[in-house]
Design a protein around this ligand. Sequence first.
Ligand SMILES: [Cu+2]
Length: 151
Amino acid sequence: MLARIITFIFILHFVIGCGIIPSTSSFNTPVASVQTISIHDAWVRNSPIGDNSAAYMTITNSGEEDTLVTVTGDFATIFELHTASKNNGMTDMHPAEGGVPIPAQRTQMLKPGGYHVMIMGLSKNLIKGQTVQLTLTFAHAGAVIVPVEIR
Ligand SMILES: [Cu+2]
C-alpha cells in the first residue's frame, strides 16, 4: 500500500514537473487569496476605451461568512457590484445592495447572468490576453489585489 502511494506521488511529481499540466489548467491555482478567501479564474471581457465591460471570477471561502463589499480599479470611471435576474426572458441588472454575499465554507460565482463587477467608462482598451488589476474589499477578510485576464 505504502509503495503504491509513493509510486503515485512519484508519478504526480513527474507529470507536474514535466509541465504536462499547465498552472492555468483545471488544477486551478488561485490567482489571489486573503485570509480564508481564494479567488480563481478572474477574467474581464475585452472592450474598447470609452465602452463598458464586466468582470467575473470564482470566490471560495474556507472560513466564516463574509461579504464582497467593493471592487475598484484604475482603468475605468466606475466599478460597481451588480446582480442580474431574468424578467420575461430579458436580463435585468442592478447594483447588488450591500455587496455580494460570500457564505461560510462555500463558493460564490461571479458569472454572466449573475453577480458581476460592472465596469463603466473604460479609460484604456481592454485587449484580449492582457491582464488588468482589480482590488476587492471584503467586510472581514479585507482587501486583495487580483490579476484579471482580459478575454
Ligand atoms: Cu451590470
